[in-house]
Write a new protein. Sequence first.
Length: 324
Amino acid sequence: MANSKLFSCLIFLLFVFNTANSQGLKVGFYDKACPRVEAIVQKVINDTMSKAPSLAGPLLRMHFHDCLVRGCEGSVLLNSSTHKAEKDAVPNLSLRGFQIIDNVKTALEKECPGIVSCADILALVARDVTVADKGQSWQVETGRRDGRVSNITEALLDLIPPTSNITQLKSGFQRLGLSVKDLVVLSGAHTIGTSHCSSFTDRLYNFTGVGDTDPTLDPEYIARLKLKCKPDDTTTLAEMDPGSFRTFDVHYYTNVAKRRGLFQSDGALLDDGETKAYVGLQATNHGSTFLEDFGVSMVNMGRIGVLTGTTGEIRKVCSKVNES
């Protein structure tokens, strides 16, 4: 009972902390200091998507991976001479598109030097790549400042792995101050992008350590994945939403409902009443609310652990902290 009360207290304090910090965020934060910020970000992203559309998924995921570790303060972008930063952690090695963030930052520094944070760039880019893949736009709150710490160990501990079950997913999102609905909605980001086979081959070849397959996964889907991914394959990429992986739509939920979610964390959405109901609602594709819900949950996620006011800094270069 004492441990339960302590846990509830910690969750409450985290929620209060996140809420207090997020009060420094608002839509249009840069209206006076850098009024063209969103137009500049959008232009760079649209140019990028016309040449390299496969970067949409990784750039969206970059914002996720930033927010889940230390909050949305740009720490995933920092380099380390000793390879001990967040981006050096195994779950982040598949992130791509850092040079695109640098391109956005360069364009913004030319327009309004020292004004726009790298953390805000990640949030704006996440919205714009979603729209570029035919998703629905949302108003992005800005006003974040950049952190000065990036630690590989924190990334290893705090990023929620794709092997998570529903209990682990719910507790992980609760720890961040996010709801069960946020969990199932944000999982829908898997509607675009690809994954290395190594992230899910245990489900195909060695689910419980005895050479078996995951019984919750559709057998036909298993057979299809085995044709693409061999047991020790670490390089081949598989579509997270087959047939629709470059279109931001509800097809992901159709796959999950058919037990064809690529990751264990996808399939786990069928193991809870609330998340399963949401999957079913979106899978019918009649009056789907997913595109609108996604924007709401992205705003919620974008408030996690933000630095505002005079905390943190506005980095001149996104990959390194400012010189003291």
